[in-house]
Design a protein around this ligand. Structure first.
Ligand code: ZN
Length: 391
């Protein structure tokens, strides 16, 4: 059914003030001044958005939708994500990836899980591969996966500067970046090479070398977890100031941050201070990756799973602390990844765009989520249901 969203304050991501929206057929049909939409002759659900802000649905560009982990053996393989967790977090689009374990997790099952989430209501894409090089693919090469499989938009997360990486040589990485570039061109995709960064002292060396020694444009590659320690973050901010793109991981609470674990709040504030354009910064949840807990002797004593709701928490916190205005936050959590990853119809509220919307009240509590034109949360009540969830 068509939806008439009345009277919300729109960040498209630009701050456009009070607007009415008409949603039909999964898309945004019209964005008008309040009161200008007079639908007739077809059924319309009216959604009163007075006092609410309306933004494009959040895009989470790094999620272990199949579950990550496994570093403590088979019992530590993290569980799959559920559509309810995604919707409750204001996320309407996500990019799925594998992690450390490319042996018992496969690109084909990742693709199947992405398709399942799509059917359950959200939009999904995937990175092919895991931490390792050579990359495990579906059709035999990164290039052909990019050309032949719609959901594949790049390769990742490929681990570098980490004890869990396959210790790839620079030449292997350069060749892989070239695969992504050419596959992306042929498949009309972004063709992104997505790097997992560990705590290793080599930090972004390979990315700097790609910038200096190859013809690969900086938009082809992006490192994530760059706020995992202060020295790595400084390297990443310099890299972004020089033209690169970076992805921050959202988990750390600013009240508990250390030089070994920097919050998104601090990272974004420093980035803006250093003159990094906000368009070059993205934030992902790393959701459903495992968070091992070690005791003082280094023994594994517990394990939790990274939560999906961290983008929502960061959205609120960045605005509340005055680090970002709402329109900048809408860029960070929606428009930037949509543009960077070339996700057509995503990340903006405009006629013709996909109807992916999140509505917040004045205390920035999430009230309503619409994805591909379907209301998946209304007035705080979750309507999304996974296939195997209780009715
Ligand atoms: Zn990672």
């Amino acid at each position: 059914m068509a939806i008439h969203i009345r009277g919300g304050t729109l960040f498209a991501p630009e701050a456009l003030g009070p607007k009415d929206l008409l949603v039909a057929g999964g898309r945004i049909e019209a964005v008008t001044e309040p009161g200008a939409i007079q639908p007739g002759g077809f059924p319309v659900e009216v959604l009163d958005a007075q006092g609410l802000t309306v933004l494009p649905g959040f895009i989470d560009p790094h999620v272990h939708i199949l579950g990550g982990g496994g570093e403590g053996g088979p019992a530590t393989r993290a569980p799959e994500i559920r559509v309810e967790d995604i919707v409750r977090s204001g996320v309407t689009t996500l990019i799925g990836c594998l992690g450390t374990d490319g042996v018992t997790r496969h690109p084909a099952s990742l693709l199947a899980k992405a398709r399942a989430l799509d059917i359950e209501g959200v939009s999904t894409y995937v990175f092919v591969g895991s931490y390792e090089v050579p990359v495990r693919t579906v059709t035999g090469s990164v290039r052909s996966d990019l050309v032949l499989i719609d959901k594949v938009i790049g390769a990742g997360e490929i681990a570098i500067s980490d004890h869990r990486s396959s210790q790839p040589s620079f030449e292997e990485i350069a060749r892989l970046a070239a695969e992504c570039r050419v596959g992306g061109l042929l498949g009309k995709k972004a063709g992104v090479l997505h790097f997992h960064l560990g705590d290793g002292a080599r930090r972004l060396d390979y990315l700097w070398r790609l910038l200096r020694e190859t013809e690969i444009p900086p938009s082809q590659v992006i490192p994530t977890h760059v706020n995992r320690n202060r020295a790595l973050l400084e390297d990443a901010l310099a890299y972004a100031a020089a033209g690169g793109f970076i992805d921050l991981t959202a988990g750390v609470d600013p009240e508990n941050e250390t030089d070994d674990d920097v919050s998104v709040e601090t990272a974004v504030r420093l980035g803006l201070e250093r003159g990094v354009p906000i368009e070059r910064i993205m934030v992902s949840s790393d959701s459903h990756g495992s968070l091992p807990v070690f005791d003082k002797a280094g023994r594994l004593v517990g394990l939790t799973v990274a939560a999906q709701d961290t983008l929502l928490l960061k959205f609120r916190s960045l605005i509340r602390r005055g680090i970002l205005a709402p329109d900048q936050a809408a860029r960070l959590f929606a428009a930037n990844p949509a543009v960077y990853y070339k996700l057509e119809g995503k990340g903006r509220v405009a006629p013709g765009a996909d109807a992916d919307l999140v509505l917040f009240d004045e205390t920035r509590v999430l009230r309503t989520v619409i994805a591909k034109g379907r209301v998946l949360m209304r007035d705080g009540k979750l309507l999304a249901r996974g296939t195997f969830s209780a009715p």
